[in-house]
Ligand binder design. Structure first.
Ligand code: GLN
Length: 492
């Protein structure tokens, strides 16, 4: 039954509908694959009984002709989404054995549509990181290895578990979140497709908060069409999240395969950063050529405030994180360390429960929000953020979407960029802008580097215009014809 795991989500849904195989069969195939994938450390909680129970219920609905949009499809869930009665950790020790009494809206939408939960996926602690190295459960290993090497590479972060699981055929698709690139960078590092939709497209309710004005959920998938199918189910207005947008959810998949002739594609010159590897430059040029061949018009655009995006992000995100993470005090969730006074309990709990990167963000956040520094840092960052959003608005007068590289490099060895925080933060140079502006952005696998590792291109679109991204993503996917798969060295 091994080959059932290599199907795309679309092919699996078609097979389920046609009763070529059952949900129990395809779920069991994934449960078995997951059980053999420990070397990747992608799953931090496996829920096989729950999966098979959900699969049997899906088969019954299919038999009754009541199949939902994702009926019977086994998925992986980033462990930042609260799942009722199933441990949710945000990959932090501080949440301990926390079992939510409620379900996140996004996962509830997936179950409403008939999807099956295989388990919870590893991530950077509280989604802070770009290499999955800050997880309290240890790093995820990328299923891809450089040609002729056994060195362990990072799948990126923070949604490294989601990206690795999709790339290694350990689920048909996965949920992920993106605050500054955490869907797109891991997708690029693993040869998968990831989309961060417009801020407010998906409800944030029941997703452990990192930086609330930037956090957005989205899928990581095997193909552009699969990402479209998943995003449709995940999206929608939710009264429980006041920032969720009261707009209709289009049938995103209907945009895949649509002609892109006549669309204007902006190429922002500021994304040509110093020291960018020649291979990334070449990939970008190739992407431009593909879209030109597909009938797009290429226009040069300028996003003049791009160079301020990373510093702005690394003020705004920690500021919001320091506020959001204040709730972990040992009183309500998981871990509680002993102490003589209440203040001691707080301090000891937070000291023992948070990892170093999370502590660093809390310290930076508290600093930039403190009296005397607020105006110089936080307020200034808010003003620059507006300029960055205005840059996008101006660019979208001249073009329908932007094309850029997704990351400044391919996947790198675990531990390599841990030398200082800024080296790690530089991974996010192409991705944080879309979060600051709230616009949708997608990463599409576009080729392999000289070591045989995947590289991704990024498309950035207008607010609520994910449809155009799906059409362009489909065109790039077709032109790139990316079919490479990692060798299954982990399957023991
Ligand atoms: N790498 C970025 C950070 O560490 C982005 C993380 C994310 O998008 N969740 O903040």
């Amino acid at each position: 039954m091994g080959e059932l795991t290599s199907l795309t989500l679309k092919a699996a849904l078609d097979g389920l509908k046609a009763k070529t195989f059952s949900s129990v069969e395809i779920t069991q195939a994934h449960v078995d694959a997951v059980a053999k994938s420990k070397a990747l450390n992608a799953y931090i909680l496996e829920t096989p009984e729950r999966a098979l129970q959900m699969a049997a219920a899906a088969d019954a609905r299919i038999a009754r002709g009541e199949a939902g949009l994702l009926e019977g499809a086994p998925l992986g869930i980033k462990d930042l989404f609260c799942t009722e009665s199933f441990r949710t950790t945000a990959a932090s020790k501080i949440l301990g054995d926390f079992k939510p009494t409620y379900e996140s809206t996004v996962t509830a939408n997936l179950w409403r549509d008939g999807a099956v939960m295989l388990g919870k996926l590893n991530l950077d602690e509280f989604a802070m990181g770009s290499a999955n190295e800050t997880s309290a459960f240890g790093p995820v290993t990328n299923p891809w290895r450089a040609a002729g090497s056994n060195q362990s590479l990072t799948p990126g972060g923070s949604s490294g578990g989601s990206a690795a699981a999709v790339a290694a055929d350990l689920c048909l698709g996965a949920t992920a979140t993106d605050t500054g690139g955490s869907i797109r960078q891991p997708a690029a590092f693993t040869g998968t497709v990831g989309i961060k939709p417009t801020y407010g497209r998906c409800s944030r309710w029941g997703i452990v908060a990192f930086a609330s004005s930037l956090d957005q959920a989205g899928p990581i998938a095997k193909t552009v069409e699969d990402a479209a199918i998943l995003l449709r189910s995940m999206s929608g207005h939710d009264v429980k999240d006041s920032t969720s947008l009261p707009v209709d959810v289009p049938d995103f998949a209907s945009f895949v395969g649509k002609s892109v002739k006549g669309l204007r594609i902006g190429v922002p010159k500021e994304y040509r950063v110093d020291g960018m590897p020649a291979e990334i430059e070449a990939l970008w040029a190739q992407g431009i050529a593909w879209l030109k061949e597909a009938g797009c018009e290429i226009v040069d655009v300028s996003l003049p405030h791009t160079k301020y995006a990373l510093p702005t992000y690394y003020i705004v995100a920690p500021a919001e994180a320091s506020s959001n993470l204040a709730r972990y005090d040992g009183m309500r969730y998981g871990l509680r360390a002993e102490g003589k006074t209440l203040a001691d309990v707080y301090q000891n709990t937070r000291g023992a429960g948070f990892g170093d990167e999370v502590k660093r963000r809390i310290l930076i956040g508290a600093y930039v929000l403190s009296a005397g520094y607020y105006d110089a840092y936080y307020l200034k960052a808010q003003k620059v953020r507006r300029r960055i959003a205005d840059d996008f608005k101006a660019a979208f007068e001249k073009c329908d979407a932007l094309l850029t590289p997704a990351t400044p490099s391919a996947a790198f060895p675990i531990g390599q960029k841990d030398v200082d925080p800024v080296t790690m933060y530089l991974n996010d140079v192409f991705t944080v802008t879309a979060n600051l502006a709230g616009v949708p952005a997608m990463s599409i696998p576009a080729g392999l580097d000289k070591d045989g590792l995947p590289l991704g291109l990024q498309l950035i679109g207008r607010t609520l215009d994910e449809g155009t991204l799906f059409s362009l993503g489909g065109a790039l996917e077709k032109a790139a014809d990316f079919r490479a798969k990692p060798k299954a060295w982990w399957a023991s």
